[in-house]
Every structure is written in C-alpha cells, then in structure tokens.
Design a protein around this ligand. Sequence first.
Ligand SMILES: [Zn+2]
Length: 218
Amino acid sequence: MVNESWTQAERTPFSMRFCPKCGGRVESVVPSGDDRVRAVCSSCGEVHYKNPTMVVGCLVEAADGILLCRRSIEPGYGLWTLPAGFQELNEGLIEGACRETREEACADVEVTAPHAFIDIPHVGQGYAIFRASLCGSERPQPGDETLETAFVQPGDLPWKDIAFPAVSFALRFFVDDLKDSKRRVHHATLRLRAMGKRFDVDSYDVVGHQSFPLGEGC
Ligand SMILES: [Zn+2]
C-alpha cells in the first residue's frame, strides 16, 4: 500500500533498473510485510534496500580562523566548504571526518568535540561535523578536490559562497556558539521548501534545532 502522504521521492526512490545479483528487471514495489516502496528484483526476489548516506567532516579551529576549502569539483565548483565527504564502509564517523580533512586540505587533525548533526531527509543524507584542531605545525594545502585552502575568521565567513546548505548551517551554529560564549553540540533537520533549490541555503527551513552544552574540556 502506498501512503498518500509520501513525497514523490519516497514513492519512486530508485534509479536501479536491473538486479546487480541476477540481472533481472527491478521493480518498485512494497514487499510483503513492509510499509514502503523498495527496489525488488522481479526475477530472484532480492530486495535492494537504499538507506541514507552520511557526510562526515571537520570544523578545524586555529588561531587565524576556521579552515575552509574552495572546491575544484562539482557540485559547488569554486565555492567554499568545510573539509567533508561521504563516510566509507568500515570507517567510523570521526575516522572519516579526519580522512576527508587529510584528502581535501592535506591536514592531519584531532577531533576535539562533536559539533553538528544535520539531517536532510529529502536527499537521504545526514551530516556529522566535528570540531577539530591541527596536529603539528604543517599548514594545510589544497588536495585533489580543492582549489585553495584558507583560514577565515568567523566574522569574515563568505556566507554567499558556501557550497552546501548543511555546511552553512553548521557554520551558523558555530558562530552562534561563539556569540553566546558557549560550546554546544547541535542537531537539526533541513527541509527544502516547495519550489526550493537544493543548493540554495535560503530554500530551507530548519526544523527541530536542538543544542546541548558540551562539558568542560571539549
Ligand atoms: Zn535478481
């Protein structure tokens, strides 16, 4: 049974046409005992589940500001972001956040605290951003996916040139923490408004933003 309240993406969430296991044709159906549409092989019956992916990254703090990377690839070519990317299999959240920072900014970092967990249900993504500090004295350098790296003071952040809405909100939460002289961990959900654009931060409503104070030493 298809629930009438489902979005179009929830009703037809699959681009898979053929089963990777047997090559049979894949159909979008609600399997027996389930409550939502899945990609099901019409030949071998395999249910190909699709679940959200996690983007992991670091908000690296140094005396001269926050580490930003200017992207050398799409989406967001030429725009700024925190070093972040998709978590790999067999990798923890923090491990992935540090790996992405090493890949995009050639920087070894140590995570000091969780910062923001942001859900974007309509694209099936979650973000886990950690506060971190540089290890050693080497300056970050652009990795393969980065045109340049820079340390930017919170008052000078390039808000109109941030590549991803979730990164924008993670930075906003950080700036709010600084203004309040508090260190907090945040959770929020981003909802794209009707007719909104996916990479436009002003197209989103923040739903259920919660913040929790971090203990001493974080
Ligand atoms: Zn199959």
